[in-house]
Write a protein that binds this ligand. Structure first.
Ligand SMILES: Nc1ncnc2c1ncn2[C@@H]1O[C@H](COP(=O)(O)OP(=O)(O)O)[C@@H](O)[C@H]1O
Ligand SMILES: [Mg+2]
Length: 257
């Protein structure tokens, strides 16, 4: 599936007057693309994904879903920053939930969930409860559920933002490995420029007031991508260019390259 977002605007009414969260946002995903949207906190990333997921009505514009023949499951699924799991279900049942919704028989869905969870370090812990897990482990289960559901588009709202740097790096690599096997269309938003470059085929930059698309960058690096990439000169050059597009004041006087 491809997405086309046309002239999207979202205005919230708040006690102090209307808040224009997004205005005139237009972009498209390509089929099977990993598209990242980078922007500072408060620039409307969550709002944008909620609109694309159909959880929030836009004030202007529209989201078009353009299905492709290869879509097995036409769903558009959202993985949030936290609280993705049902607290009354075990890790295994949480991971298998999407398959349950699709009517996959209990035995088969549990086998499939067990085997993906094992790859993500859950061997022997499939019957744990969400409250027994670290946030990193919870987010792994959420990612596992999303990949098992195999939706036509995956929406990811800073799923690793609350993790420390090492856990974040591990989960990024796990996500990249899973994505390399499936190449589903992903729309991933993050305030972290480095994360956007490491994961994405393209990075769109969201910012300004009211928030809109400022510019876009193609990410030229081959896959698979490892954390070592983030220390190369080419990577840092791109990071500087994106930081400059975001108008980061710390970079004043610094030249790209
Ligand atoms: N339900 C709401 N009512 C009023 N204002 C909101 C609501 N949701 C978000 N906002 C405002 O919209 C802007 C964008 O928020 P959000 O999409 O959460 O940004 P981000 O995810 O990039 O941090 C912020 O100014 C936020 O305060
Ligand atoms: Mg947000």
């Amino acid at each position: 599936m491809k997405l086309r977002i046309v002239n999207l605007g979202v205005t919230f009414s708040a006690p102090g007057g209307p808040v224009h969260a997004l205005r005139g946002v237009s972009f498209g995903t390509r089929d099977r693309e990993f598209l990242c949207i980078a922007g500072p906190s408060g620039c409307g990333k969550t709002t944008l994904l909620r609109v694309v997921a159909g959880l929030q009505k836009p004030s202007e514009g529209q989201v078009e879903r353009l299905p492709s023949a290869a879509d097995r499951n036409p769903q558009v699924l959202l993985v949030s920053q936290e609280r993705n799991l049902f607290p009354w279900m075990t890790v295994l049942d949480n991971a298998a939930f999407g398959l349950e919704m699709q009517g996959v028989p209990r035995r088969e869905r549990r086998d499939r969930a067990r085997s993906l969870l094992a790859r993500l370090g859950f061997e022997g812990r499939e019957e744990a409860w969400p409250h027994e897990l670290s946030l990193g482990m919870k987010q792994r289960v959420a990612v596992a559920r999303c990949f098992l559901s195999d939706p036509a588009v995956m929406l990811m709202d800073e799923p690793f933002a609350a993790l420390d740097c090492l856990r974040r790096m591990e989960l990024q690599q796990e996500l990249l490995r899973l994505w390399d096997e499936s190449h589903k269309t992903v729309l991933f938003v993050t305030h972290d420029i480095e994360e956007a470059i490491l994961l994405g085929d393209r990075v769109l930059v969201l910012g300004g007031s009211p928030s809109h698309m400022l510019t876009e960058f193609r990410v030229p690096f081959d896959r698979p991508r490892s954390p070592a990439l983030t220390f190369t000169a080419e990577f840092l050059d791109l990071k500087k260019s994106i930081a400059a597009a975001l108008g980061m004041p710390i970079l004043r006087g610094m030249t790209a390259g």
